[in-house]
Design a protein around this ligand. Structure first.
Ligand SMILES: [Zn+2]
Length: 393
């Protein structure tokens, strides 16, 4: 580490500004370096602590229609439901936070995932200053915002037509990413290095710790995902000893390297009975399919295996073979998991039911789920097969 807790107080040099210890600065950063035309200035808040420590960068809306990150990161910068005081007080902070609530501002304004040239920013890192628009933006972010970070958290939701339970994705073979993935304090961690060109994968390749949070769906402000994003960030900062206080920790962690898909065998309109977060038994009815052309007839979609549904379809139109749910098969550890279900049979995620208790790490049960991601990445089966891009939400 290039910082020392015993070191003196230093200004944080960022975007050609000197930020004094113990202060918050709200800056603007131009996504494009132009003299004429749109430069797309985005807000960046820097909280520079009064004591030395690591640099943590938090990004929201890399996909413009994913609003959980922008909400959580905006709340972290100011007053919110956690109390009248600021959550993150620079006088109590060790180290530095760079907070970018809306990374893909043009997409956010248009309410779309992509940049105006139709490209996906999260497949374009580290980018190229002489290439297409999205690649230039990625390269600018890489050099000016990401560079110099020790830890990165990238906040996402599911893509259109589906919803995710709050979960962390990280390459668990990358030691510092593994550490912050666990420190976020929630149950579900998917072990995946991320698609080519994703911030997570490229940051890890450059030896920076990076995890992706996923929760909720696009175009919505899922309150549970927003709250868990905030609590998780605070847990992470406490674990890194950047903020005072003990991090809260879950009762168990599911560390998954593979999944099973629940598919419809019929075409028609879907009614999901077991929402994302449900623990389902083998043979349990997860959804029904009806066809407006044959009223009165409906077909059940049953779970092929016992497990935790981490994602479900929200768009009702299905064909035979359409994925309607993404399931982590749970063999060992089912009894532990079942003790944390609500009356509807859904997992109560740590951080969603008030302040969960602090635990020693050895008191947390690790539930390993072995296997592979069908198609190579967690979300591959959701996407069109002809897609040149690797799928991830
Ligand atoms: Zn996303």
């Amino acid at each position: 580490m290039k910082w020392s807790r015993n070191g003196g107080l230093k200004n944080h040099n960022f975007l050609r500004k000197r930020i004094k210890p113990g202060t918050i600065r709200h800056l603007e950063y131009d996504l494009l370096d132009v003299e004429i035309g749109e430069s797309w200035p985005i807000p960046v808040s820097v909280v520079h602590g009064s004591r030395p420590g690591p640099v943590v960068t938090l990004l929201g809306a890399v996909h413009g229609d994913e609003l959980v990150g922008p909400l959580a990161l905006t709340y972290l910068c100011g007053q919110n439901f956690m109390g009248l005081e600021r959550v993150i007080d620079p006088s109590a902070l060790a180290g530095t936070l760079r907070i970018v609530p809306i990374t893909n501002l043009p997409g956010y304004r248009r309410r779309i995932r992509y940049f105006p040239d139709g490209r996906d920013l999260n497949r374009s890192f580290p980018g190229n200053p002489d290439s297409n628009t999205t690649s230039r933006v990625a390269n600018g972010l890489w050099k000016n915002i990401i560079s110099g970070s020790d830890y990165i958290v990238d906040f996402h939701t599911a893509a259109k037509g589906r919803t995710n339970i709050p979960q962390i994705r990280a390459n668990l073979a990358h030691p510092t990413s593994n550490r912050i993935a666990r420190s976020f304090g929630i149950e579900t961690i998917l072990d995946s290095e991320g698609p080519k060109g994703s911030l997570r994968r490229v940051a890890n390749d450059n030896d920076m710790a990076c995890i992706t949070f996923e929760g909720g769906g696009p175009d919505e402000a899922d309150p549970e995902s927003v709250q868990i994003s905030m609590y998780g960030t605070i847990n992470l900062l406490r674990s890194l000893r950047m903020l005072p206080g003990y991090p809260s920790k879950p009762r168990f962690r599911i560390l998954a390297s593979g999944s099973v898909w629940v598919r419809s065998d019929q075409g028609g309109l879907l009614d999901v009975l077991a929402p994302a977060g449900s623990f389902v038994e083998e043979g349990e009815i997860v959804a029904t399919v009806t066809d407006p052309e044959i009223p009165g007839e409906n077909h059940d979609v049953v779970s092929p295996i016992r497990g935790l549904l981490i994602s479900t379809a929200t768009h009702p139109f299905v064909n035979s073979g359409s994925p309607i749910g993404h399931l982590l098969p749970v063999r060992r550890g089912a009894a532990t998991l079942k003790r944390r279900l609500d009356e509807e049979g859904c997992l109560i995620i740590s951080g969603s039911d008030g302040d969960p208790p602090w635990r020693e790490d050895e008191d947390i049960e690790d539930i390993a789920i072995f296997g592979e991601w069908s198609g190579g990445s967690p979300d591959a089966e959701w996407g069109p097969i002809e897609s040149a891009e690797e799928e991830e939400d």
